[in-house]
Design a binder for this molecule. Structure first.
Ligand SMILES: Cc1cc2nc3c(=O)[nH]c(=O)nc-3n(C[C@H](O)[C@H](O)[C@H](O)COP(=O)(O)OP(=O)(O)OC[C@H]3O[C@@H](n4cnc5c(N)ncnc54)[C@H](O)[C@@H]3O)c2cc1C
Length: 412
């Protein structure tokens, strides 16, 4: 960056106006005065991705919170941040901003069930605290020179700040401004980035079984497997599509399949029944209705098209139809051939390794005064509110770290 004159040196600059950046900006403005805090966002407006969360309903935290719900490439030390600023802290913070919450199967949502209301209060808080917000400003360069972080935007504008928070998100969902290009800002300070993969994402499967089931949604239990080994299970919707499977249970399990050598999904369409119970039910049904074709034996038990698909593929020996149908309904193995990729994924596996920053302050170990928050680091949570939780918890730790770094709250 050339030796330009930077008009104003802010106390803190936040790059990225997503969930973590907005939270941090609001809190930093409260502490240092909004006129001393700068928020830079590349999109036309802040928080585009917040609006997309939870199918537009914004699944904030989850009632069950533990570090075990988080994944990484090199190890995510999320315990401190989640312990200090956990789900209760998040709920209380939003309550103080005017949002009540409601729970559905462990997932917490704004009581309005509208993601827009979460974004509205965050935006209002940032504005009320008077933070200087600039949209349509993509930061393309960041350096530290003469005791100041100096930023340059794609439009050629320059900015200066005593402390810098990179809250630029990851590589998932480029439609929301996160295309992976902003890891380069951290690389410039000597950081590294782990290999990246899409997580919480639809799965491509071998099409043999899914062909003809496009659009069918069935409740069930599924297991993420690597070869014969079951890695995790989830209950919920399984939606069949032209490329493979989607739905809540699939999203949850996709996070466990990243890096698997022989990934597959094992689907149990009748988790509430033992296989032997299904066999005796089907045998009874056969005795009562000797005329119905095998393809219809499971109709009324699972979705009709699924019943037919299972019969066509597995019940070829009429004498053993009850056993083979019951087995297939309890254990349909779908080999996974890939994912729908970063553009469709909800989060990124990988990022800046935890060894390169202090997880209690989120401060870089490469450059003092540089901080991180949210998805940009090597931590991704399960589907179910864990990622907004991490964005919040890490942002709060970063605000603590920045406050300690800058000392008092007075202006420069
Ligand atoms: C469809 C969808 C649904 C989801 N649903 C949920 C859910 O219900 N619950 C949950 O917990 N999680 C959910 N997630 C995940 C969650 O949205 C993210 O993990 C979380 O928003 C990450 O927050 P962040 O602040 O780290 O990054 P982001 O929210 O991605 O924000 C990063 C911001 O930085 C901006 N930016 C990037 N580079 C630059 C730059 N160089 N200069 C200026 N600005 C820049 C981007 O435009 C973006 O606005 C969902 C994700 C998607 C895509």
């Amino acid at each position: 960056m050339k030796n330009e004159v930077t008009a104003k040196i802010y106390r803190a600059a936040v790059v990225g106006g997503g969930f973590s950046g907005l939270t941090a900006t609001a809190l930093l403005s409260e502490r240092f005065g909004g006129e001393n805090v700068l928020l830079l966002e590349r999109n036309d407006r802040v928080g585009e991705r917040v609006l997309a969360t939870g199918n537009g309903r914004c699944n904030l935290p989850n009632v069950v919170l533990s570090p075990g719900r988080y994944h990484s490439v090199l190890g995510a030390d999320v315990g401190y941040a989640l312990g200090k600023y956990g789900n209760k802290s998040l709920i209380d913070y939003f309550r103080a901003l005017g949002i009540l919450t409601a729970e559905e199967e462990g997932r917490i949502y704004p009581r309005s069930f509208q993601a827009g209301s979460v974004l509205d209060v965050l935006r209002a808080e940032v504005a009320r605290r008077g933070a200087v917000t600039k949209t349509q400003t993509k930061v393309t360069e960041a350096v530290f020179r003469e005791g100041v972080f100096r930023l340059r935007s794609d439009g050629g504008e320059t900015f200066g700040a005593d402390a810098l928070l990179l809250a630029v998100g990851g590589k998932a969902g480029k439609a929301y401004g996160t295309d992976g290009s902003s890891y380069g800002l951290a690389l410039g300070f000597g950081h590294s980035v782990t290999p990246l993969s899409p997580a919480i994402v639809q799965l491509k499967t071998e099409s043999r079984f899914c062909k003809g089931l496009k659009g069918i949604r069935q409740k069930g239990k599924a297991y993420a497997c690597d070869g014969e080994k079951r890695l995790s299970s989830a209950e919920g919707d399984i939606l069949f599509t032209d490329y493979g499977v989607s739905g809540n249970a699939v999203f949850v399990l996709s996070s466990y399949l990243v890096g698997a050598e022989r990934p597959s999904l094992e689907v149990d369409f009748l988790p509430e029944m033992q296989e032997t119970e299904i066999v005796s039910f089907l045998k009874q049904k056969r005795r009562r209705f000797p005329e119905i074709p095998t393809e219809e034996l499971l109709c009324g038990v699972v979705n009709k098209q699924i019943a037919r698909m299972l019969a066509v593929n597995f019940a070829t020996d009429k004498k053993r139809e009850a056993e083979t149908l019951a087995r297939a309904a309890k254990r349909l193995v779908l080999p996974v051939t890939g994912t729908m990729g970063f553009d469709q994924a909800q989060v990124t596996r990988g990022g800046i390794p935890f060894s390169e920053f202090d997880p209690s302050t989120m401060e870089s170990r490469r450059r003092r005064g540089l901080f991180f928050a949210g998805e940009v680091v090597d931590a991704d949570g399960d589907c179910g509110g864990y990622n907004l939780q991490w964005a919040y918890s890490s942002a709060r730790c970063a605000v603590d770290g920045i406050s300690a770094f800058l000392g008092g709250g007075e202006g420069r």
